[in-house]
Write a protein that binds this ligand. Structure first.
Ligand code: NAI
Ligand code: MG
Length: 502
């Protein structure tokens, strides 16, 4: 049932009124469980649309369509300039439909349209253009051999970069549009065909994207979309024997499941998983910069961000000033969600996620952490809102310090030392290694500390700097491989070495 109070113009109303199926081989296809999945606006708790719940059958159809298009060479062997032109045209189409995309995404995850424009649509178009630019530059090397044949003849060896084949891509709900482009842009740039499985919690903008892709000259079957839940559609994609590579973003637990499912045919795997990213503030930091940045690092999208700076490590000399500054910011934050107004704190994605976050807050209290502010569900709002929450007096063995909460919950640990190895030791005391930032007035110290932190991204006086050209991914249990940048192309390419006698 559509919620009547959603103010949306005709096109979006129409879009939301149709149960979204799957996009396979260039056609919208219906299939899956009899019961569709309800798509809920987390700001109201109301169902705004339904999607079909595909499973192994739909995944199989989509993989077959991808395989046919890949083996035919219709995309992988298309002239690179032509492939680039098609990706550039998709970037233009995305910008032309920025309003619609932002509208759907805003409803789906509970943020304002303006915020979605900036972090969803604009970054996605930039990323497509970035990878479109690579298409004409992908190439191999000639190799300087040192093993001439006994007869005295020489080898000529060159390498060729080839698309890996059929790719499965599974994304989460926190930035669905940007996340989908982040996955499909390098795969298409490499010449692969793909099957994308969005998160069941936030599938709308990705479904809209399929409609835009249908308007481009991308050959049918190169891009396929299957809607459905993780343990059915997602699991079927991960174990499919005719998928050459799987790329997953989501929880570390599911990342491990994907890895074992991929073992059947040893498909290649890249994983972008959880984090517990440290924000380290040294005593010489400019607190007028560091405090608001530390607040943004944790509270951006209510902490539902894999790079969230959820673990604050702060030197004793400035600890009280930093905590006071953060508590003041948290208390002043606006809480709410509608399409036209930006709020500092919006809803968590689902009731389940809210329950999870509130349970972690209880755990923190039970472990003896001190609640400096927040800690409760927001009363008076129907959606899944949790107050911005700060725990002080946290110690390294607490679960709230060790586990990814994925909500607006910050833990603060105090340290006395100025020894950079000891400080790095605290920052590295985690199974994760996705992102980190260090705050200092001394850039040399910043670089030295950056060198000691085991993390895929380290910011010096900045947290979570994202750019299409900058490699992104995790050390340790935060993942395998990198996305973005030149390195983000590699997982979609095979290297073939060709050798001949001269
Ligand atoms: P999840 O990892 O279960 O879901 C992410 C995607 O994986 C969705 O598309 C889902 O349908 C799919 N999936 C789930 N189980 C699968 C399976 N067995 N095989 C294949 N695909 C499967 O994440 P969830 O449940 O939405 O969130 C739980 C926690 O995961 C969060 O609280 C957070 O800690 C973490 N998370 C981390 C993200 C990140 O960006 N690193 C994004 C989303 C969640
Ligand atoms: Mg899940």
């Amino acid at each position: 049932m559509l919620s009547p109070q959603i103010d949306t113009h005709g096109e979006m109303l129409n879009f939301l009124a149709q149960t979204r199926g799957h996009f396979i081989g260039g056609q919208w296809v219906s299939g899956g469980d009899v019961q569709p999945i309800n798509v809920v606006n987390p700001a109201t708790g109301l169902t705004i649309a339904t999607i079909e719940s595909g499973g192994a059958v739909e995944i199989d159809l989509a993989v077959n369509a991808a395989r046919e298009s890949f083996d035919s060479g219709v995309w992988s062997k298309m002239a690179p300039v032509e492939r680039a032109r098609i990706l550039f045209s998709l970037a233009d189409l995305i910008e032309e439909h920025a309003e619609q995309i932002a509208h759907l995404e805003a409803l789906d995850i509970g943020v304002s349209r303006a915020m979605m424009h900036e972090i969803g649509v604009k970054l996605a178009a930039d990323q497509l253009r970035y990878y479109a630019g690579w298409i004409t530059k992908i190439g191999g090397q000639t190799i300087n051999n040192s093993r001439p044949h006994a007869s005295g003849r020489e080898f000529l060896t060159y390498t060729v970069k080839e698309p890996i084949g059929v790719v499965g891509q599974i994304i989460p709900w926190n930035f669905p549009f940007g996340m989908s482009i982040g996955k499909i842009a390098p795969a298409l740039a490499a010449g692969c065909s793909l099957v994308l499985k969005p998160a069941e919690e936030a599938p709308l903008s990705v479904s809209y994207l399929a409609g835009l892709i249908a308007k481009t000259d991308l050959p049918d079957g190169v891009f396929n979309l299957v809607n459905g839940v993780g343990r059915k559609a997602g699991a079927a994609l991960a174990r499919h024997m005719d998928v050459d590579k799987i790329s997953f973003t989501g929880s570390t637990a599911v990342g491990k499941d994907i890895l074992s499912a991929a073992g059947g045919n040893l498909k290649k795997v890249t994983l972008e998983l959880g984090g517990k990213s440290p924000v380290v503030i040294l005593p010489d930091a400019d607190l007028s910069e560091a405090i608001p940045a530390a607040a943004r690092a944790i509270f951006f999208l209510n902490g539902q961000n894999c790079m969230a700076g959820s673990r604050l490590l702060v030197h004793a000399d400035i600890h009280d000033a930093v905590v006071k500054g953060l508590v003041d910011i948290a208390k002043a934050m606006s809480i709410g969600s509608d399409l036209d107004n930006a709020y500092d704190i919006g809803p968590l994605i689902s009731k389940r996620q809210m329950t999870r976050v509130l349970a972690y807050i209880d755990t923190g209290l039970g472990e003896g952490a001190e609640l400096a502010t927040g800690g409760k569900r927001v009363s008076g709002l129907a959606g899944y809102f949790v107050q911005p929450t700060i725990f002080t007096n946290c110690t390294p063995n607490m679960r709230i310090v060790r586990e990814e909460i994925f909500g607006p919950v910050l833990t603060v640990q105090k340290f006395e030392t100025e020894d950079l190895d000891e400080i790095a030791g605290m920052a590295n005391d985690t199974v994760f290694g996705l992102s980190a930032s260090v705050w200092t007035g001394n850039l040399s110290k910043g670089h030295l500390l950056a060198g000691k932190i085991k993390s895929g991204q380290v910011g010096i006086n900045v947290h979570a700097a994202i750019d299409p050209a900058t490699p992104f991914g995790g050390y340790k249990q935060s993942g395998w491989g990198r996305e973005f940048g030149r390195e983000g192309l590699e997982p979609y390419l095979e290297t073939k070495a060709v050798t001949a006698y001269l």
